[in-house]
Design a binder for this molecule. Structure first.
Ligand SMILES: Nc1nc2c(ncn2[C@@H]2O[C@H](COP(=O)(O)OP(=O)(O)OP(=O)(O)O)[C@@H](O)[C@H]2O)c(=O)[nH]1
Ligand SMILES: [Mg+2]
Ligand SMILES: [Zn+2]
Length: 328
């Protein structure tokens, strides 16, 4: 790399072209083959939010600079387990979930929050469409507040009483590089339209969304007039953690990890063990059943992956020091 090589910021990635901001202007650059060399375990070598170095001609991407953070999940491909990096170099995650239409999906939300926690990216849960079911909004808010998550309930309907929450989200956006993640139709683009002046993102028709059509089809990094950047993303149906060990998992659920010192076994996984403080809290109604269910589903997936490794199913990922792809 030459010291004078120009650098850029990845704004959007299409099938073969990458939109890169260089010196304040947008360039369309090819996704060169050599970028794919040496990047194993990842579905794509680049993510929106990556900082890149261009070659001397300024017309091709030469290298990707190390990421300060990334939000990734397990890609839903067959064969070798791969990571799909949704966005890079973030300082904030907004997990967006509607309380109704489409219904709230705790496992998806818990997956996003756990992935953010694993990367130590501060996250906020935004409960959208609270106008449709204020009681559900209040009860999910209580569940997540108990889990130590910052929660805001919103509605973009005229006359809604969530102006203060929308204002708070606007302020958070201007201080950060934020990725907005959630189910298709949850109201991500509508939320951004409500809090960012003049952004005018396309908003979906729920009938189309029910047929599986996403409204937002690309992740796009938008610079905000008042400072900060936001990444609107296409809806995700699931959020499975990538290569997360069974022992590590509970630390992504702070309200569970807080109970570990009271469990009889120091390495308690809160599954079938005797005298488990987490299961006692669940039985006593001091732990949300949905959070425990999400944890158990993720735990089973982690244990399955570990059993497969022991049997030699995936030699490239065997051993304690599992790689964390995406870090360059
Ligand atoms: N009642 C109500 N409807 C809302 C609210 N926010 C969004 N909607 C509706 O929900 C539908 C989907 O909104 P979008 O903003 O396109 O959802 P999205 O999450 O960006 O969807 P994708 O781009 O497909 O991922 C639209 O019909 C919106 O009008 C809200 O606060 N209240
Ligand atoms: Mg959208
Ligand atoms: Zn336990």
């Amino acid at each position: 790399m030459q010291p004078s090589s120009p650098q850029g910021l990845v704004l959007r990635i299409d099938a073969k072209l990458c939109h890169v901001e260089v010196d304040g202007e947008r360039r369309l650059l090819p996704l060169a083959g050599k970028l794919f060399d040496g990047v194993s375990g990842e579905k794509r070598p680049l993510a929106v939010g990556d900082r890149v170095v261009l070659d001397a001609t300024g017309k091709a991407i030469d290298a990707v600079l190390p990421r300060s953070s990334q939000l990734h999940r397990r890609a839903s491909t067959e064969g070798e387990e791969r990571a799909q990096v949704l966005a890079a170099n973030l300082t904030q995650v907004l997990a967006v979930a509607s309380v109704s239409s489409p219904p709230f999906q705790p496992e998806l939300v818990d997956g996003i929050l756990a992935a953010a926690a694993r990367e130590r990216i501060p996250a906020t849960l935004v409960l959208t469409k609270s106008d449709l079911d204020p009681a559900a909004a209040a009860s999910w808010r209580a569940v997540y507040a108990h889990a130590g998550v910052h929660v805001l309930a919103t509605s973009v309907q005229a006359g809604s009483e969530t102006a203060a929450a929308l204002q708070e989200i606007g302020a958070l956006l201007h201080q950060n590089r934020t990725v907005v993640v959630g189910l298709s139709g949850a109201g991500k683009s509508s939320l951004l339209n409500a809090v960012v002046p003049d952004v005018q993102l396309r908003v979906g028709d729920l009938n189309h969304i029910r047929q599986g059509r996403h409204t937002t089809t690309h992740t796009e990094l938008l610079p905000l007039p008042g400072g900060g950047h936001v990444l609107d993303t296409p809806g995700v149906r699931n959020f499975h953690l990538f290569c997360t060990g069974s022992q590590e998992l509970q630390f992504l659920f702070p309200e569970l990890a807080a109970l570990l010192p009271q469990c009889d076994y120091r390495s308690c996984l809160h599954a079938e063990e005797q005298k488990c403080a987490v299961r006692a809290a669940l039985d006593a109604g001091r732990l949300a059943p949905s959070r425990y269910r999400s944890y158990r589903t993720m735990l089973e997936a982690a244990l399955d992956a570990e059993r497969l490794e022991v049997r030699g199913g995936k030699p490239e990922q065997r051993g304690k020091g599992r790689r964390r792809p995406g870090r360059r």
